[in-house]
Write a protein that binds this ligand. Structure first.
Ligand code: CP
Length: 318
């Protein structure tokens, strides 16, 4: 039986292919629990502290729902002004106090490496629900699970990632997971101002993974097995006139998709603004709402795995 080897989930770089295969087998069990409407008490008496110091719909609610589905409880701080951080308490002190009242902390915070800083200051497990423009590891675990379900494989894939690659942390985390599979090719499509950060490109060079960078999005689409679209992260632009100049430059329409493979999987971490036309939703391979459903199953599995590290129990969905 797989024993989760990590105290925290901070970065997708921490995972191996073996970890993913094992995590996904538990995710499938969680999916069965939800779909068969079984009452589960796997996390009874466990409390998750849900600390969201930046706005969230999907991540916070899917984590909280996951906890409730497994019989656990949730304490939520979703407004910075209601936390003592607004009285200049340090993140470390704040986390230490929060960890006294709970069994696991899920944190979203605008600072890069805030989740790691939190994890180092507490003995309870910490989940990074995104740390600024750095990473969103649980999003990428569910993205990879979605690719597996939609494409029926994780090897031999051409993955095109489009639009805000600078601030779109889910794209960084996805690259750090998908390189683990065989014969993966990436195409990065973005304006120069929003190109994939050098640290991600250096990582791919170091691992000898194939990638190309393109400005004209109409050229590449015929090769992609997966198309991963992101929104412009308006809130992270230091110059709003740059956002205004770029905001309508990429819009995925049915017309753009005419040259795509018939079985291309179209993904988006959501929320969407205007970068995917609503007409695209009706395509059978528009997977973004199915992707959103996977949020719940993946987060149930992660909470279960993290909270059962010290006294591992044989997994049973009964
Ligand atoms: N994809 C994502 O993280 O969505 P939320 O910001 O709504 O949590």
């Amino acid at each position: 039986m797989y024993k989760f080897p990590y105290k925290d989930i901070i970065s997708t770089k921490q995972f191996t292919r073996n970890d993913l295969e094992n995590i996904f087998s538990i995710v499938k069990e969680m999916e069965e629990i939800v779909k068969s409407a079984k009452v589960s008490r796997l996390l009874e008496w466990k409390i998750m502290w849900s600390l969201f110091y930046e706005p969230s719909t999907r991540t916070r609610l899917s984590f909280e729902s996951a906890m409730h589905k497994l019989g656990g409880d949730v304490l939520t701080v979703s407004d910075w002004s209601t936390s003592s951080l607004s009285k200049w308490e340090s993140l470390e002190d704040n986390a230490k106090i929060n960890s006294i009242y709970c069994d696991i902390l899920t944190i979203r915070h605008p600072e890069v490496w805030s989740a790691e800083k939190t994890a180092k200051s507490v003995s309870k497990p910490v989940i990074n629900a995104w740390d600024g423009a750095n990473q969103h590891p649980t999003q990428s675990l569910l993205d990879v699970y979605t690719i597996l379900k939609e494409n029926k494989r994780l090897d031999n894939l051409h993955i095109a990632i489009v639009w805000d690659l600078k601030y779109g942390r889910t794209t960084h985390s996805l690259v750090y997971l998908m390189w683990l599979f065989e014969n993966i090719t990436f195409t990065f499509i973005s304006p120069e101002e929003l190109k994939m950060p050098e640290k991600v490109i250096s990582f791919l060079d170091e691992k000898n993974i194939k990638y190309s960078k393109i400005n004209d999005y109409k050229q590449w689409i015929k090769d992609a097995d997966v198309l991963y679209v992101t929104r412009l992260q308006k809130e992270r632009f230091t110059d709003l006139s740059e956002y205004e100049r770029l905001k309508n430059d990429f819009i995925l329409t049915l017309d753009v998709l005419k040259n795509a493979k018939k079985d291309i999987t179209i993904m988006h971490p959501l929320p969407r603004v205007n970068e995917v036309s609503h007409d695209v939703d009706k395509l059978p391979n528009a997977a973004f709402f199915r992707q959103a459903e996977n949020w719940l199953y993946v987060r149930m599995a992660l909470l279960y795995l993290l909270l059962n590290q010290s006294e591992w129990k044989e997994f049973s969905s009964d």
